[in-house]
Design a protein around this ligand. Structure first.
Ligand code: SF4
Length: 440
């Protein structure tokens, strides 16, 4: 029996800045974020679904389990994002010394295959569902190539979806189980490479496939919180509504990433509550007008900025918490941005927050700009955590950005604020009950 290890390498949830890391690690309000960050690696368990039944597949999440270097694997595959990549390369180097075939995939190696090739025997460039079947065939025929690329003209069509091997997660006590229903994004935000890697058009699984996956999850993990790990879950409003009508009977609790436009659709919000939505994650990015300018290709977020507060109020009035994400230290941010953001967070009564610094990930417009302006301070990928400052800010000093970020977090999570947030959560729970009773 052939044996393959699918490894998700350890990352660094809150960065390497000791003061910030210590504070965030001890802050209970950030635990929901930690649970999101340390959820299962969906890419790996999807690839696992491609292997013939007579292969032994080990899924190893290094955040929870040690890697067994003694086990005689035939292939070791690692999927890694940028901040995990240094660790990923170290793991690969160790397995290579043991003469085990090593394969690397994921966003970082898709953008920088030449770098990945210096470590792994085989580099996967693009979407796993497209390239792995060919690799498996080649492996079985003894003709493995050095690099496998998908043809970006023919991106993976979700009708041919593969049910991820959710059974491989049984050994882990994940609080959240992820499912993906869409890929692609038209916004092309300066700090994100989703549009480049997955294309600018949305692709979505059909509802029957999504329901099949949800049923599988529900059967194996009846109490799990399901995260729709899409960049935007509601891109096809009509089909999303149909899906949620079906989900009402399933009795699941779920959360999703989306944008503020859902606040304008009461029918959608009602269906979300009925089908078990607990909270949504929305990338507001900034509340500073000039910083949103040209952040995305169409200034979509800038246009919606004046309605941010009302949108949050509306969504939360349905008993659905809004978890807002922000980036501090954008080029138009001066030191006033800390107070501006803090006031917005307090006034809008956001259910939860996550605030990070601009990170010039490979493949992003931000990296190109920082490179041209000679403002990249750190090239060690392990510092590309979203909490470590690695570009020279434009309108403040590095120390002002670091200290301002820590102060902002401390102010948001001070005792009085936490108490207020807890009260607001209770209010949201009551609203939710009211909505549910009203609709019944
Ligand atoms: S940040 Fe979100 S909206 Fe912007 S390009 Fe990435 S996925 Fe799309």
């Amino acid at each position: 029996m052939k044996k393959i290890a699918l490894i998700s390498p350890k990352g660094n949830a809150f960065g390497k800045n000791n003061k910030l890391n210590e504070f965030l690690n001890e802050t209970s309000g950030m635990q929901s974020f930690r649970a999101l960050w340390t959820g299962p690696n969906l890419g790996l368990i999807t690839i696992a679904g491609l292997f013939p039944k007579d292969w032994e597949v080990d899924y190893i999440d290094e955040n929870y389990k040690e890697i067994d270097y003694e086990k005689k694997y035939d292939i070791v595959c690692i999927s890694s994002m940028t901040q995990q990549i240094v660790n990923a390369y170290q793991i690969i180097d160790k397995f290579k010394k043991l003469n085990i075939l090593t394969v690397i995939g994921g966003i970082h190696s898709t953008i920088l295959p030449d770098e990945a090739m210096q470590h792994a025997d085989v580099v996967m460039v693009g979407e796993g569902e497209v390239i792995w079947p060919q690799f498996i065939l080649d492996y079985e025929n003894g003709s493995v190539k050095k690099i496998y690329r998908d043809d970006s003209e023919k991106r993976f069509q979700f009708e041919n979806h593969i049910i991820p091997r959710y059974d491989l997660l049984k050994d882990y006590n994940y609080q959240i189980i992820t499912i993906q229903t869409t890929r692609g994004c038209p916004h092309n935000c300066s700090f994100c490479c989703a549009s480049k890697v997955f294309g600018s058009g949305y692709r979505r699984k059909n509802n029957s496939n999504i329901l099949e996956e949800l049923k599988t999850i529900k059967k194996m993990y009846p109490d799990a919180l399901v995260l729709f790990a899409d960049d935007n879950f509601f891109v096809n409003r009509k089909n999303s509504k149909k899906l949620m009508q079906e989900m009402i009977r399933m009795n699941i609790r779920w959360l999703a990433q989306t944008d503020v436009s859902i606040s304008q659709d009461e029918e959608l919000l009602e269906l979300m509550v009925l089908s078990g939505c607990q909270w949504v994650v929305i990338g507001f990015e900034s509340v500073h007008h000039d910083s949103l300018y040209q952040l995305d290709d169409r200034n979509w977020k800038l246009k919606h900025l004046p309605g941010y507060t009302q949108a949050i109020e509306k969504i939360q009035s349905f008993g659905i918490g809004v978890y807002g994400t922000f980036i501090i230290g954008l080029d138009e941010d001066n030191i006033g941005v800390f107070d501006e953001t803090e006031n917005f967070i307090k006034q809008s009564k956001l259910y939860g927050v996550n605030i990070t610094v601009p990170t010039p990930l490979p493949g992003t417009r931000l990296r190109d700009k920082m490179y041209e302006e000679n403002r990249i301070l750190v090239n060690d990928w392990s510092y590309y955590t979203f909490w470590d400052v690695n570009i020279k800010p434009s309108k403040m000093k590095i120390s002002e950005l670091e200290d301002g970020l820590l102060r902002l977090y401390k102010n948001i999570f001070d005792e009085a604020q936490v108490r207020q947030r807890l009260l607001h959560m209770k209010y949201l729970a009551k609203r939710r009950k009211l909505i549910l009773n009203k609709i019944k």
